[in-house]
Write a protein of this length. Structure first.
Lengths: 138, 94
């Protein structure tokens, strides 16, 4: 997708010419950040808020050199930190396709589930029902 | 009976990894809130690295790409992510 056929990850292919995913300038392991959510996105529908707080456990992220490649096609940036760094992307023409750099599951507790995961399972319920109704074999 | 959701988690499950356990638990927490049941299956990335993966992943109602890189097979993980993208399966990557 995005026409980048040789996209690589710095962790597994550090010498590759096209490092789409590169080491972060500073590690996000254990960090908690405020994230601004783009209205109209799946993430916004899930959270119902323009700002959320999430926790990260990663050392890698989108290489800033590719930042301007994202957003023009169906892949949209829908969450950024206060410095504008990409934290959530999603596909605009998909029933639910959301990728986060943080780990929403970490903040989930019994009786206090995470809104993104609720939205994800709701999409799964609708999808299951539509597949059943259209008779597509499992 | 509650509606049962089958979720396939793309990743190499390690019971010692806090994030993997949290993934399973977060699905249970969300399912409970929605009054549905969830059955979570981990799909080892090496099992997705070759052959047709449709049979393996089509049985699921949603796919989740788990944290914990590097994967044993990056290709396997990417093929499942591509399937979700192109075939319209609900997907979250965290």
């Amino acid at each position: 997708m995005l026409g980048i056929r040789d996209a690589e990850h710095e962790e597994t292919a550090p010498d590759a010419p096209t490092l789409f995913i590169s080491k972060l300038v500073c590690s996000l392991v254990g960090k908690i950040q405020t994230i601004k959510i783009v209205p109209g996105s799946h993430a916004y529908q899930a959270y119902g808020r323009k700002e959320v707080t999430e926790q990260f456990f990663c050392n890698y992220g989108l290489n800033p050199a590719f930042r301007n490649k994202i957003g023009k096609e169906q892949l949209k940036i829908t969450g950024v930190d206060l410095d504008g760094e990409v934290r959530i992307v999603e596909l605009s023409d998909h029933r639910f396709y959301v990728a986060t750099l943080f780990l929403p599951q970490i903040f989930s507790r019994p009786g206090s589930p995470h809104p993104l995961i609720i939205a994800y399972l709701k999409a799964a319920l609708v999808f299951q029902t539509s597949r059943r109704d259209s008779g597509i074999k499992m | 009976m509650n509606q049962l959701l089958q979720v396939g988690v793309i990743g190499d499950y390690d019971p010692n990894l806090r994030f993997h356990i949290a993934t399973n638990e977060a699905l249970l927490n969300a399912a409970e809130a929605l009054s549905v049941s969830v059955d979570t299956s981990w799909i080892p990335t090496e099992s997705l690295a070759s052959g047709l993966i449709g049979k393996t992943v089509k049985q699921f109602d949603a796919l989740w790409c788990a944290p914990g890189s590097p994967y044993k097979s990056m290709d396997g993980a990417l093929r499942a992510i591509q399937f979700a993208r192109e075939q319209g399966w609900p997907f979250i990557g965290t």
